[in-house]
Design a protein around this ligand. Sequence first.
Ligand code: GUN
Length: 294
Amino acid sequence: MATLIDGKAVAVEIRGVVRDAITKLRADNDLQPGLAVVLVGSDPASEVYVRNKGKQTVEAGMQSFEYKLDAGTDEATVLALVERLNADGKVHGILVQLPLPPQIDADKVINAVNPDKDVDGFHVINAGRLATGQKCLVPCTPAGCVILARRALGDLSGLDAVIVGRSNIVGKPLVQLLLNENCTVTVAHSRTRDLAEKCRRADLLVAAVGRPEMIPGAWVKPGACVIDVGINRIAGEGKTRLVGDVEFASAEKIAGSITPVPGGVGPMTIALLLANTVTAACAIHGVEAPDLFK
Ligand code: GUN
């Protein structure tokens, strides 16, 4: 049976380090990091994420600014809000919750955020910096995946990593992060031929496709580390059930280590978001950034 990778516990640990760093910044530098979260519309999953972000931001000792706009809000209004937050000295991180309604061009909004406040790491400037090995704000979910993989495997150098999924939010930035860890990286996607065979080569298998339980245990190399980014809501009797992109029951019998859903990658995303906000606040104020993880 695989060892469970307890993302929830690692996230608690990181949030503790972030909280201590903020206490010190407030005492020594009179600097209180602030995070602004913008939600357009009322997607239930997004509402839950935004509520949790706000709560954990305050618990960490930061200022939280929440903007909830109705689903029909036009693009110009969202862009004007982003401009206002860019200019607000109390705001060091800006996150616009995705997905956005269809009348709003998400790329335009993402690229309107000041790259220094882009705690999602989605701005084209941060994506370019990451791809070229420059200092940048790193997308939270893939950063969380790497931390969990390192906790399970130690040094990742030389490992065959297979990422299933090529999104801008997870798959693509994760390529860069795993290359930085000296992995040999394969990116598989919906058009990949013989996906099972590709997955079976992975020492580190990351599933980030958003398709419930699409990767069965039979596709996992014995002893591999499996990181499941998927959070899929399945309608069950009465209430909904959360499942990952990996079929957990069969995969845990083959893998060496595996993240559960929920309680794996999910909690890491917010922890890394808080860490990025501290990093952004320090950079904006010219204060040396604390080392928030290892
Ligand atoms: N929607 C799902 N994941 C994310 C994320 O990491 N950041 C933002 N802004 N929206 C999301």
